[in-house]
Design a protein around this ligand. Structure first.
Ligand code: ZN
Ligand code: ZN
Length: 239
């Protein structure tokens, strides 16, 4: 297989009680695999067992920019909370973060149908703190993938190919394949991330890369496939 990643930009730490490893342990695991960068992206503050707002507001004060030689982006997996695409990021600290994922999670989204999910993703692409739409293939939140993916290309944001979907959300896989094909069709850039909840899941993305190979996905659209592309994205995005 020729596709690879050099950075894992969706990882959770044990600040959340449902994740196992510290940021230090995650970085050590990334270093072991030769990854150059991780984003630490714990769930936004409305998730009960995740960190409080103060964690995100003060991250720049206590979290180093690199550990074990692995660069760290200070990030969040924000919750999209409604069809207006509002999230649980507060602007008072949103601009202190380096990287934002926006995901819909059951129990935290007010809305229930296809149009509401479509509008939620559509609008969140206008949020300056958001870089990436997380695990859009979740079947519960089926939406107009093509509309969202086309807009994503237009505004220069990213769609995630989430490797955890291949581990424990396998009903997502057909949707992930469709999403990959649409990203290829519209030239929408993607990130392939682990969504690790423990250090031994860091960088674990092989099934997602195999799926991309199987649909002939262009390597140049994988933003975290090499450091030049990733740096180019991070330096030139509009925030
Ligand atoms: Zn998530
Ligand atoms: Zn996650």
């Amino acid at each position: 297989m020729s596709l690879k990643i050099v950075a894992d930009l969706h990882t959770h730490s044990n600040i959340s009680s449902h994740a196992d490893s510290s940021i230090e342990e995650n970085c050590a695991a990334a270093a072991e695999l030769g990854l150059k960068m991780i984003a630490t992206t714990d769930h936004g503050p409305i998730v009960e067992d995740g960190p409080e707002e103060s964690y995100f507001a003060t991250m720049h004060e206590w979290l180093p920019r690199s550990i074990s030689g692995v660069e760290i982006l200070h990030g969040i997996e924000a919750n999209i909370i409604n069809a207006n695409g509002e999230t649980d990021i507060d602007p008072s600290w949103g601009n202190l973060l380096d990287f934002g994922i926006a995901s819909i999670h059951g129990g935290y989204f007010h809305g229930e149908d296809y149009d509401e999910f479509t509008n939620a993703y559509w609008k969140v692409l206008e949020n300056p703190y958001i870089d990436l739409i997380g695990h859009m293939g979740t079947p519960m939140f089926l939406c107009d993938y093509e509309a969202v993916i086309k807009k994503c290309a237009r505004v220069g944001k990213l769609i995630e190919i989430n490797a955890a979907s291949f581990r424990h959300r396998i009903s997502s896989i057909p949707n992930c394949i469709e999403i990959a094909k649409l990203c290829k069709k519209h030239g929408t850039r993607v990130m392939v991330n682990s969504d690790a909840h423990a250090k031994d899941q860091i960088g674990l993305v092989a099934p997602a890369l195999e799926m991309l190979e199987s649909v002939g996905f262009p390597e140049e659209l994988i933003v975290n496939g090499n450091m030049e592309r990733l740096t180019e994205y991070l330096e030139n995005r509009r925030r």
